[in-house]
Design a protein around this ligand. Sequence first.
Ligand code: C2E
Ligand code: CA
Ligand code: CA
Length: 717
Amino acid sequence: MKSPARLLILDDDPLTGQTISNIAVLAGVDALYTDDPREFFRLCKDWAPDFIALDLIMPHMDGVQVMVELARLGCQADIIISSGVGGRVLDAAARSAAEHGLKISGVLPKPFSPARLRELLNRQSPRTTSLIRNVTSSAQSADIIPAHELADAISLEHIKVVYQPKINCRTGLLAGFEVLARWYHPSRGTIAPDDFIPLAEKSGLINALTESVMLQSLRWFASLPDAIGPEPGFDYLKRRLNDVTMSVNISAISLSHLDLFERIESHCRNMNILPERIIFELTETCAMEDPVSSLDILTRLRMKGFHLSIDDFGTGYSSMLQLARLPFSEIKIDKSFVMTASESKESCTVIKTINDLGHGLGLYTSAEGIESLETLEYLRSIGCDLAQGYAIARPMSGPAVIEWLINRNNNDEIRRLDVLHSLNILDTPKDERFDRITRLAARLFQVPIALFSLVDTNRQWFKSSVGLDVPETPRGVSFCHHAILDDQILVIPDAIKNELFFDNLLVTGAPFIRFYAGCPVHADTGIRLGTLCLIDSQPRNFSSHEQLLLKHAAQMIENELIADYVAHSDPLTGMLNRRGFDARAAESIDLCHDAGMHACLFLFDLLEFKAFNETWGRAAGDRALIEFGRVLKETFRGSDLIARYGDDDFVVLMTGIDPHASESALTRLDDFIAHSAPEHPVTHVSGWALLQRKDNIQQLILRASQNMLMSRSPRGN
Ligand code: C2E
Ligand code: CA
Ligand code: CA
């Protein structure tokens, strides 16, 4: 059976202490209370509490001092601050505690609420917390471990490395790893870097240590893609691993040793790793120690291609001016702010300010110490670029990272399929709403095949297709399977020249794909469901402008996926209604103008429809409307946007036309009407307007109706 958690309380007021203790015991937690700091520290050691409730303000010893001492002793309990002091003071205390490596689980304001205390005690399973932090701690070790032991450890490679993943905040994709040193001491156990790095710096061993760390991690980094198995689901992951970065910590002292960096550079060359993929992390204070010579060496490193990151930003005292002068590429927001973001408005302000500062200086921004998904979401909301922390992954050994990567890859796919299946869109009939867009895409890009493809477990299924007659193909051969692995558009200018696709069945056999461009289509959750893709049997280039247009068209599909179709359609004719038209027209016009094509709007008003209704009855009037809608659909093209705009008003938005096409479309309509349905009053009047980008639809309708008045007598027949 799991033993109950333990709470140790230090408070100078016995009544307060007893109250907290009583609440805890009722919540099933063992509690001990003392008002004597000495007794408190003894219990910390001997009784090993999981939680500590600490009063910040006491007569003989203040809470901050207690925290410093706790940090020195390597305390691993979750600390609950019980105090009446204001938010700002509590924040500062929490930050300084976090900086000392203590874990603050929250604040218990006076008067005490039992619910709040229970919440704090439940926040984390205490036993696991203690287990995870089984690294011997505190500054003591640096003093007691002799330097020769460290020298031996370095030469014997007892100093190992662990890797902590870093992800892109926006996409959640892996961006890189930070390398962190660990000393696995044969008799002293695992020693944390905060304990042996200062020793290495003091005893002149830091460069040797850095080089050993660098060598181990470069070796691992170079072997990374091959460490992922050959399974087909992983080829994308393997490809991505060739692009991710590796961050390594560099001590200030090393900055004056150019030879170290020359050796690092040659290791990179020997292992075929581009310097562009390596980021050196330097603390703000370290780069500032001697800004002039720092500028010199840092500039050289940048010129070699290495990237530089300012670590622990917000804790040093650098001048903004110096900072702006140094050639950094990334700014890393210190974890003391990030770890307290969910509880502290002030921390959020600091984070946002540093993020804005970084972006203002043209740097990537990175946040470390993310311990909750809530904080990750906050960072995403302010546009922070990169994220690192326990909520994403802990630092792990090389093999553990591989396992993590594979699991993550599989989980992502499971979640993606869940969302796709929950949309109930697979194996449904063809739908005019999507067909219009694939037809538009085929016309716009002048390709024979345009598809809206959904990537299912083992197949890609086409919700809409132009120029291809099969409903689905196996996922294994699909290009779209590759396109949805990233948020970028996948462009294959010539498939037979592409090592991934040259022997693909869809390339060597029908439809003989040579050119492919696929843009991911997302659900509203951001998950990639499939693509809008273009296919040609001729090779072709696809400019960045065309990519932009394709993205735009894919967004139109995304909008259709979330549109409220009932509210947007006319129940009588099944066509789009006014709302449906308005929601779609502006984006079609924009797309048309971006593509350098004309758009034209027609307005049709049935002649004397009121009188017709009165003479022949409503049912006949309804039939006339349905009939006219059908005529419009047959006369205009599948890529045009057609809607019943009002009672007897219809609109057609023609996109991608030459200026004369409007006239010929009207002639076609006249012909059609002359030869069909003589029993209905589908003779029409019409007006039209050539559209400008950003035209207001209502004004356009007005302009078209003015045209209509002018053309009414000659055209009405
Ligand atoms: P750092 O560069 O700021 O590294 C980040 C530290 O934050 C790591 O501690 C990491 O384990 C920890 N961390 C990451 N995410 C979280 C989180 O969500 N919550 C919390 N509470 N902590 C998180 P670690 O590995 O103990 O390293 C401590 C420091 O030691 C590093 O701080 C770095 O300054 C130094 N260090 C580590 N390896 C090396 C090295 O190879 N060379 C040098 N010069 N310094 C190193
Ligand atoms: Ca670092
Ligand atoms: Ca840091």
